[in-house]
Design a protein around this ligand. Structure first.
Ligand SMILES: [Zn+2]
Ligand SMILES: [Zn+2]
Length: 265
């Protein structure tokens, strides 16, 4: 048994991944997966953060590649999505252009950037003060409340820049989990962190994420989860399943039912 569905994968267009939608679809179909969501980092209308995403000009080609994957793998349900940053002024773009005019099946919400002291900073490096952690949780709560996102990607990315679990990281985790419960937006157990470089901490060597104490809180609070590879290479399309299942089961986390996302197909 492996993934029956993967909702988080990338393509070469984001400039830090390889392969294209048909390559990921081939691996998913060969591995017995039933649903594959292609969810590259969204283009943004003002061209912001161009180093890690496609341009608006690249978007039609992205959709065409997804359509090609769908045509090549009739037994696989291929969904069209993107991974979005929570930037309030882009909410209408996400809703009207991406979900509306372009008919994407869903959006992923993510907080790779956080506004710290009035400046957008990379979350993977800068969520190291109580205020920054609070801001990150607040921004992700706003993303969930917006109703635009099917789930929140790697909410525990705070494990990238905090070596040890503290009262402040715990408060951040509780705030994120409470928002998930209040809005019904599930949180993602993300396998990409397991494939990235592990970090040495006073508590031992561990992946940057998933960060175990985060999921202990999530389990205790009854948060629903989505298990994803977050593949940035076709060969990783179905990676990490057993590791994520082990965390899911260790804390009795329940997987969210996302079958509504395939309703159009
Ligand atoms: Zn990426
Ligand atoms: Zn991400």
């Amino acid at each position: 048994m492996g993934y029956q569905a993967v909702y988080h994968t990338h393509t070469h267009r984001c400039k830090h991944a390889s392969g294209d939608a048909p390559d990921y679809a081939r691996v998913a179909a060969a591995g017995g997966c039933r649903v594959l969501g292609i969810s590259d980092h969204t283009p943004l209308p003002d061209g912001r953060w161009p180093g890690v995403r496609m341009t608006m000009d690249g978007f039609p080609g992205y959709l065409a590649a997804i359509a090609q994957a769908r045509a090549e793998q009739p037994a696989l349900t291929v969904l069209a999505a993107v991974e979005c940053e929570w930037v309030p002024e882009f909410a209408s773009f996400y809703r009207d252009e991406l979900l509306g005019r372009n008919g994407l099946d869903y959006l992923i919400g993510a907080g790779h950037y956080t506004v710290i002291d009035g400046v957008w900073r990379g979350s993977f490096e800068h969520l190291v003060t109580p205020a920054a952690l609070r801001t990150y949780a607040t921004m992700m709560e706003e993303a969930m409340v917006s109703g635009l996102f099917a789930f929140i990607a790697h909410p525990d990315l705070i494990g990238c820049c905090n070596e040890v679990w503290t009262a402040d990281t715990a408060a951040c985790a509780r705030d994120l989990c409470a928002a998930s419960l209040a809005t019904g937006v599930p949180l993602e157990l993300n396998g990409y962190g397991i494939r990235k470089e592990w970090i040495d901490t006073p508590d031992g060597r561990r992946p940057q994420y998933p960060w175990i104490p985060f999921w202990e809180i999530a389990g205790a609070m009854g948060v629903q989860v989505v298990l994803n590879s977050d593949a940035h290479r076709p060969e990783d399309t179905l990676a990490g399943y057993d590791d994520l299942v082990a965390i899911r089961d260790r804390f009795a986390l329940v997987e969210a039912d996302l079958s509504r996302l395939t309703a159009q197909h």
